[in-house]
Design a protein around this ligand. Structure first.
Ligand SMILES: [Zn+2]
Length: 233
């Protein structure tokens, strides 16, 4: 594998048996080029230059939506697992329970006082974060079960709001996941988690790392591309 630098971005180049050159921007902002054997670095640099607006757009926008402020208000929509849900605040009698119920395309928020906007917003936000926690914990366990057999110790896992990353993994075996990913379709979340889990075996983006990722998730490229197509949401 080779590393080249382009406008202060380090790009790793991996040569393989493939027929075309592919450029990838990963969940952790690494840029990678995959090229057929014998492709010259000059040719790759040329392509990167040609594609540089796209790469920059990816780097900027792939994460832009993370920063987007969400509104937890009546009539607004919340995105969960790639689906839009309309928030409907409904006032109930004092003896009835305050609760949030997710239906097919609606999130029904039952409260005692529908005028207390700030309180309602916090109530919904807490519920949303909790949904993320429950879902991501379950998904992480499911993904871990898939790779456990490769002698990978169980990671510690934390949710952390990060401005520009979906996930990260360190040498101590700690995985950080951005709870904002709960808005993405389930298969994209699975890809982000599998990607980070594979780092428990190979901390870098080496050939071995990708070989391992391909073993445990043969269709990872599709999911990574889907991650791109969800930018404009
Ligand atoms: Zn990575």
């Amino acid at each position: 594998m080779k590393k080249i630098s382009f406008q202060n971005i380090f790009i790793s180049v991996k040569f393989s048996n493939r027929k075309t050159i592919g450029i990838y921007v990963h969940p952790d902002k690494k840029v990678e080029v995959k090229a057929p054997y014998k492709t010259s670095l000059g040719r790759i640099k040329q392509l990167i230059e040609l594609k540089s607006p796209w790469i920059e757009k990816q780097l900027k926008e792939k994460y832009a939506r993370i920063e987007k402020k969400r509104e937890y208000k009546n009539g607004h929509t919340l995105k969960l697992l790639g689906q839009d849900y309309l928030i409907k605040v409904i006032q109930v009698e004092d003896f009835q329970e305050e609760q949030i119920i997710k239906e097919k395309k609606i999130i029904r928020v039952y409260v005692h006082d529908s005028n207390k906007k700030k309180r309602i917003s916090l109530f919904i936000e807490e519920w949303y974060r909790n949904e993320a926690l429950i879902f991501l914990a379950k998904k992480l366990e499911k993904c871990y079960q898939k790779i456990k057999k490769y002698n990978i110790p169980r990671p510690s896992f934390y949710l952390r709001y990060m401005k520009r990353r979906w996930g990260s993994c360190n040498a101590k075996g700690t995985i950080l996941l951005n709870p904002e990913m709960i808005a993405l379709p389930s298969h994209c979340i699975e890809y982000i988690i599998m990607h980070e889990l594979c780092h428990l075996k190979h901390l870098n983006h080496s050939k071995e790392f990708y070989h391992f990722l391909e073993t445990v998730m043969p269709d990872w490229e599709e999911h990574n591309q889907a991650l791109d197509s969800h930018l404009q949401v």
